[in-house]
Ligand binder design. Structure first.
Ligand code: TYR
Length: 462
């Protein structure tokens, strides 16, 4: 914000983009329904911050990505770009910005291209962002000219480290950052807890905050010290403060206290603005409390299981256990997974090879006699016999397996072993009289039809 204030002070026209479509493309970080309210919220916060900094707002405008990114022209340019850019380049460009999972989503690969096109469609001369954006900026400079558009100037701000020892600010770690609307008490508490070792100027979120915010805004920072430690001082620039901190002339406790005071003073007028009833309503709408999320998480529904079709591409005997097989299973992922099953002596090894079966993929990996098992082969079993469940014919590795009537929910990333989700669901899993696998009489299925078991009617599934 202080840099944007500089631009406005210098007479630049500034456009702030609420990149709502991007927020969604980046692993659906923000739900669609809330994006509109969040954009409104941020607009109010930004205006309030800039007013606090005393800059003129007449050259400032706000635009939402989806206001123009869904137009015919823009869409066509996205397709044009996608026929110029390789997957490799797109992945590299987004590496620092877009969440990259082992199997990346197409949305994340589109992301940098859309950011490049924004420069053209917002009709700007320059784009400003954190240094984490640099690879996307380089990408934009390379590809916009290929579409016949001019390349833009890129301006970058350093990243301010977070307040915790981990170093990064993270939306999910409250203590890693101070929210613009945090109460004075919360500011105090977070600063008190913040990582700030005597004499250590590395990874020090508080010092960085002085450097990039407090000095640019106030041009000085006063520190209160007891007489015995040298008494009160006022630093006129950041470098002097840093040196004094490094020499331990300024102690973390004293630094924290003065930053707390300066910061709370800066935030006070913004907090005041947000006492207005209409802004309070806006906050409630943009950030609804999440109790439902917790409740939904605890719900024992079979959609929490990550069941998938897998193809067994190799089977061998476990080197150290007579009752175990070690399988390699293609689950439609980049790499096959190793799966250990207790089927030796119960089911012939040859019949497993090349077989398509159902695997549970989100149990905590377990080491079985020294071999890590990364999924579980789903079988029907009676005291006399065991049979792997059979997906409909024509099923391919990776295909989702779900229960009828429960197709909506998302599986947990990893089932928390302490919550015993699988243990609670398992007693309701049986093979029906018509040999269909079921949970509480809901059929287990894929898009091609029911998952079945060859012969074991009424057998439990595990
Ligand atoms: N990539 C930016 C967001 C952004 C999206 C689209 C743009 O055109 C510009 C910026 C970020 O990480 O926050």
């Amino acid at each position: 914000m202080t840099k944007i204030a500089d631009f406005l002070k210098a007479g630049c026209k500034v456009t702030i983009l609420f990149a709502d479509l991007h927020a969604y493309l980046d692993n659906m970080k923000a739900p669609w329904e809330l994006l509109e309210k969040r954009a409104q919220y941020y607009q109010k916060v930004i205006q309030s911050m800039l007013r606090t900094l005393g800059v003129p707002l007449d050259k400032l405008k706000f635009v939402k990505g989806t206001d123009y990114q869904l137009s015919r022209e823009y869409t066509l340019d996205v397709y044009k770009l996608s026929s110029l850019v390789t997957e490799h380049d797109a992945r590299k460009a987004g590496a620092e910005v877009v969440k990259q999972a082992s199997t990346s989503l197409l949305s994340g690969l589109l992301y940098p291209g859309l950011q490049a096109l924004d420069e053209e469609y917002l009709d700007v001369d320059a784009q400003f962002g954190g240094v984490d954006q640099r690879k996307i900026f380089v990408y934009a400079e390379k590809y916009l000219p290929m579409l016949g558009y001019k390349k833009r100037i890129h301006l970058m701000n350093p990243m301010v480290p977070g307040l915790t020892e981990a170093g990064k600010m993270s939306a999910s770690d409250e203590d890693s950052k101070i929210d613009i609307l945090d109460s004075p008490e919360s500011v105090k508490r977070k600063l008190k807890k913040a990582f700030c070792e005597p004499g250590n100027i590395e990874r020090n979120g508080i010092l960085s905050f002085c450097k990039y915010v407090l000095f640019p805004v106030n041009n000085e920072l006063g520190i209160e010290r007891k007489e015995e430690y040298g008494g009160n001082v006022t630093f006129k620039n950041y470098d002097d403060l840093e040196k004094a901190f490094e020499k331990q002339d300024v102690h973390p406790g004293d630094l924290k206290l003065s930053v707390q005071k300066a910061l709370n003073k800066l935030l006070e007028p913004i907090r005041k603005d947000f006492e207005k009833p209409e802004l309070k309503t806006l906050i409630a709408q943009a950030y609804p409390p999440p109790p439902k999320k917790g409740a939904a998480l605890e719900e024992i529904v079979p959609s929490r299981l990550d069941l998938r079709v897998g193809k067994i591409i190799s089977v061998e005997k476990h080197p150290d256990a007579d009752s175990l097989f070690v399988e390699t299973v293609d689950l439609g992922e980049e790499e096959p997974r190793t799966v250990v099953s207790g089927l030796a002596g119960l089911y012939p090894m040859e019949k497993l090879l090349d077989r398509v079966a159902v695997f549970m993929c989100n149990l905590k990996p377990v080491k079985m006699r020294g071999v890590m098992s990364l999924a579980m082969l789903m079988c029907a079993s009676t005291p006399e016999a065991v049979e792997p469940l059979e997906p409909p014919s024509g099923s391919c590795p990776g295909e989702r397996v779900y229960f009828e009537g429960h197709e909506e929910g998302q599986p947990d990333e990893k089932l928390n072993p302490k919550k015993k989700i699988w243990e609670k669901l398992q007693p309701d899993l049986f093979v029906s009289n018509s040999l269909v696998a079921q949970w509480q009489e809901c059929n287990m299925m894929t898009k091609l039809g029911n998952v079945t078991c060859p012969t074991l009617k009424k057998a439990p599934i595990k």
